[in-house]
Design a protein around this ligand. Structure first.
Ligand SMILES: C[S@@+](CC[C@H](N)C(=O)[O-])C[C@H]1O[C@@H](n2cnc3c(N)ncnc32)[C@H](O)[C@@H]1O
Length: 345
């Protein structure tokens, strides 16, 4: 059995306070349930040389596994443990672009980018193995995408990213941001803003960018897509065809009005009611074998209610131990948890 030690990024402690190590430990444990080729055991915190690490054991991690583990949300550095010595393992992140893609935009109501990465990782690992995830090309949908934190993280991984957002200012701000970013980075791209129509009726404005890491790939048509539509999420089924997406990932409205979180729809609809109406619409858009990962405020909706809604929409809720231990405090009004469900094949 080889012992591994992971140093957690200091930023994880700022995001999750005392929950940082637990969050990342559970993320690794979820990866170990199916996405990794090899088994992972004994994930726990250990202090080495006065510094806390996450340690785990495995007898069988493949090179592909190490590449997948390189993308764990809180990872700072990864080592093999040999007695009292740590040998660095070169990490190979999937990131295709500069990390300012996920970090530049700052605004009230932004879902923290590290948490977003964790949610995307856990959702992807619940549906697909390392090979499929590392290959890029998955289609990801955030049906309440705000100013695009999930879309940006998905794009970093080489996935195609689609979002729906009801707030016009968010829609416009994200469209402007992504086009400026692509220009600033001199990435060859096409951008188009148009109206989405179904059966002759307007659904909403849409901005779509198609881009590639290199000019050559762009010319060869090997492009990635980011698309955002300004519409009520309940109309997602009019925007996208059934079974369009491999993954659906969203940080849903917290149902609170406070300084750090601005939410447009809170006054017209409570989060639980909105989810009851929206989850069946989103489920239609998920491909068989795909997964949906949602984070929400447990002060507004209980975990059992979330599970019932997902099951009623035909999905299997994942309830192995690590999935049940992601709950964490955001602030006095928000206690956040996440839930993942899979669409049967
Ligand atoms: C917790 S925020 C998600 C923020 C996003 N992850 C980000 O980082 O920008 C929830 C989002 O849901 C949006 N929203 C609320 N009700 C909606 C609806 N009915 N249809 C579409 N979006 C909605 C809000 O405007 C807000 O942007």
């Amino acid at each position: 059995m080889q012992q591994y030690a992971m140093l957690i990024a200091p930023s994880a402690n700022r995001v999750f306070a005392r929950s940082a190590v637990r969050m990342v430990a559970n993320e690794i444990a979820v990866l170990g349930l199916g996405a990794l080729d090899g088994a992972v055991e004994g994930v726990e915190e250990r202090v080495l040389g006065g510094v806390p690490y996450l340690v785990f054991r495995s007898g069988s991690l493949s090179g592909r596994d190490v590449r997948l583990l390189s993308n764990v949300s809180g990872l700072f550095a990864l080592f093999e443990v040999h007695g009292t010595m740590l040998e660095p393992i070169p990490v190979q992140r999937m990131d295709r672009y500069d990390d300012d893609l996920v970090s530049i935009l700052k605004y009230a109501g932004k879902t923290n980018e590290q948490f977003t990465k964790l949610l995307l990782n856990v959702t992807a690992a619940s549906a697909f193995g390392a090979e499929r995830i590392l290959a890029g090309g998955l289609k990801v949908f955030d049906p309440m995408c705000g100013r695009g934190t999930t879309l940006n993280q998905a794009a970093m991984y080489g996935f195609d990213a689609y979002g729906v957002e009801v707030d016009k200012r968010d829609f416009e701000a994200y469209g402007a941001f992504i086009q400026r970013w692509l220009k600033d980075k001199r990435l060859k791209h096409k951008a188009l803003t148009s109206r989405v129509k179904r059966d002759g009726r307007g659904v909403g404005q849409q901005t779509r960018v198609e881009f590639a890491v290199t000019k050559e790939l762009h010319r060869a048509g090997e492009t990635q897509v980011i698309e955002i539509v300004n519409a009520d999420t309940l109309r997602s089924g009019e925007v996208y065809r059934r079974r369009s997406f491999d993954l659906i990932v969203a940080d849903v409205p917290y149902g609170v009005q406070h300084a750090a979180v601005r939410e447009t729809r809170e006054l017209s609809r409570r989060p639980t009611e909105l989810l009851e109406a929206a989850i069946p619409v989103w489920a239609e858009l998920l491909r068989p074998g795909g997964a949906m990962g949602l984070s929400w405020n447990t002060y507004m909706t209980e975990r059992s209610e979330m599970a019932e809604m997902l099951e009623a929409a035909g999905m299997e809720v994942l309830d192995a131990a690590p999935y049940l231990d992601f709950e964490h405090r955001v602030d006095h009004a928000i206690n956040r948890d996440l839930i993942v469900a899979r669409m049967p094949r």
